[in-house]
Design a protein around this ligand. Structure first.
Ligand code: 13P
Length: 249
């Protein structure tokens, strides 16, 4: 059975003191849940976050990692560096990395391959832009993002993959995909994976929705059969909102 997951992507927000404060509040308010709960502070606060969550079920995950093992890549962070501080999951392919840092499908394929070779669970993000949806190309775009970055993996690698469908037009805009639009795309993603691999792989992968998930819309989005949770930006920075979203699953 695939896991339910609620993950907070904190992006470039919160210094160490604010990180510790938010995590203390989250830990105190964390509801009983069968879902995996994850938070993703910025790199410099990962160590502090893992310490703050030592006795917690909340997992600390990274927002990114480099594809090289080590070397002359100023400003970058390797898989081994993450493993060395007890971080075993990384977000790869966020649309902000694609848009502002030039991360192409080819680069992302290398990152995914490195992460998996190091036993780092990969939360792979992808999703269409507004003009893709308006022109009716959203399924085609999503299919090609999946193919280019993930479809050369062996079927067995998929047990370490989580997908996060994040339509770019819904990120930080307050506009969400409707629950029906999310379900339609998630079902399409699962069908595409089943065609490339098999139904075991397709049914086993958790597919999260991301893009303006809030306490007020989470339950309806999460109620859809192919939506296995959420990757939450803005609302994950406020303990009560994130807790409400966890409760919604
Ligand atoms: P918002 O929830 O702020 O729209 O961000 C979504 C996102 O990008 C999560 O990775």
């Amino acid at each position: 059975m695939r896991s339910k997951i609620v993950a907070g992507n904190w992006k470039m927000n919160k210094n160490l003191a604010d990180t510790e404060t938010l995590l203390a509040e989250l830990s105190a308010k964390l509801p009983d849940t069968n879902a995996e709960v994850m938070v993703s502070p910025t790199y410099v606060n990962l160590v502090g976050a893992t310490r703050a969550l030592e006795n917690s079920t909340i997992e600390v995950i990274a927002q990114n990692m480099h594809f090289a093992e080590s070397g002359a890549f100023t400003g970058e962070i390797s898989a081994d560096m993450l493993l060395g501080i007890g971080v075993n999951t990384a977000i790869i392919g966020h649309s902000e990395r694609r848009a502002y840092f030039g991360e192409t499908d080819a680069i992302l394929a290398k990152k995914v391959a490195t992460a998996l070779s190091k036993n780092i669970r990969t939360m792979f993000c992808f999703g269409e832009e507004l003009e893709d949806r308006q022109s009716g190309n959203h399924f085609k775009v999503v299919e090609s993002q999946l193919k280019n970055a993930l479809f050369s993996l062996n079927a067995s690698a998929w047990s370490s993959i989580v997908l996060a469908y994040e339509p770019v037009w819904a990120i930080g805009t307050g506009e969400t995909a409707s629950p029906e639009q999310a379900q339609e795309m998630h079902a399409f993603i699962r069908k595409t994976i089943a065609e490339q691999y098999n139904t075991d792989v397709a049914d086993g992968v958790s597919i999260l929705y991301g893009g303006s998930v809030k306490p007020g819309n989470a339950a309806e989005i999460f109620s859809k059969p192919d939506v296995d949770g959420g990757l939450i930006g803005g609302a994950s920075l406020v303990a009560d909102d994130f807790v409400a979203i966890i409760k919604a699953i």
